[in-house]
Design a protein around this ligand. Structure first.
Ligand code: CP
Length: 313
């Protein structure tokens, strides 16, 4: 397993497009050291004591929000979260920029931000002093999800270089797919994307991935398969005839997995549409590492917060 001597110099984590292979490996190696803390009876280290982190979640989230909050608490940071727009002064017409400037004026160190608009965290990062962590922006990137996905693959397979990783589902609206493609290709994995033609971006091959519309070809030979959620909330038109037909054509069942490698791992960033992207007995079966992804997410987010804060324990 590769280790890196790179030092972290960036103020923000906005996406994996902006990171070098060495910076990605530094985060993964740092996360490895943080895994053990969550298994202790007292799950806390003083690395971020005295630092303040504000979590701005302006789009729904369960895993990412809870995972960041736990990561911050386990590093002893002072933290608070506000979710949705109805409980903030955004509902009274305040701009995102003004809101963020007011939060900055209270001397916070880091802002973790989820937003429906692609590029919103990048805009804040340009004029705010606190470090900005992108917790998912529109359909652009979800860097910490991809990092925890790569961490999980590396834990299970002991490497990433040379592995075949397939993504099946709604690639068009998936910030998870985009961040994973940037990250996995930088680490030397062979990435395949598969889904209905209407849910694959036209220029996706330019990112260095193989494209197939045949789910069996995406399964054959893959070391890891990630199912991506059909993001109905981002689909203003009909991209396929029905959810039932989607499951029949692209959904992963035990029968379909007969074609897979015996040591394949099945991944999903969540939330799952059971019976659409995958069958219950695949989601909960022996190949699934979906809950390992969630567990690893806390350590990965601890690593990101630690590196961005420049903290030394
Ligand atoms: N994977 C993920 O981003 O899940 P949430 O939307 O629940 O945070």
């Amino acid at each position: 397993m590769t280790t890196t001597k790179t030092k972290w110099t960036k103020k923000d984590l906005l996406g994996l497009k902006d990171l070098s292979r060495e910076e990605i490996l530094l985060i993964l190696d740092t996360a490895k050291g943080f895994c053990e803390i969550s298994k202790r009876p007292i799950k806390k280290v003083p690395a971020l004591r005295g630092r303040t982190v504000v979590n701005l979640f302006l789009e729904p989230s369960t895993r990412t929000r809870v995972s960041f909050e736990l990561a911050e608490k386990r590093l002893s940071a002072d933290n608070l979260t506000f979710s949705g727009t109805s409980s903030s002064s955004l509902a009274k017409g305040e701009t995102l920029k003004d809101m963020a400037r007011n939060i900055e004026a209270m001397n916070v160190d880091l802002i973790v931000m989820r937003h429906t608009s692609s590029g919103a965290p990048h805009r804040l990062a340009r004029y705010l002093r606190p470090g900005i962590v992108n917790a998912g922006d529109g359909i652009n990137e979800h860097p910490t999800q991809a990092l925890l996905d790569m961490f999980t693959i590396r834990e299970k397979k002991k490497k990433i270089e040379g592995l075949k990783v397939s993504f099946i589902g709604d690639i068009l609206h998936s910030r998870v797919a985009r961040s994973n493609i940037w990250g996995l290709t930088k680490l030397g994995a062979e990435v395949t994307v598969c889904g209905p033609k209407t849910l694959l971006p036209v220029d996706i091959e330019s990112l260095g991935v193989r494209v197939t519309y045949d789910v069996d070809r995406a399964i054959e030979g893959a070391d890891a398969i990630t199912l991506l959620r059909i993001q109905l909330e981002r689909q203003k038109e009909s991209f396929f005839p029905s959810l039932r037909e989607y499951m029949q054509t692209f959904g992963i069942t035990r029968e379909r997995l007969e074609r897979a490698k015996r040591d394949v791992i099945i991944m999903h960033p969540g939330p799952i549409n059971r019976g659409v992207e995958l069958a219950d007995d695949v989601a909960d079966g022996e190949y699934s590492v979906i809950l390992d992804q969630v567990t690893n997410g806390v350590a990965v987010r601890m690593a990101v917060l630690y590196l961005l804060s420049g903290a030394r324990s």
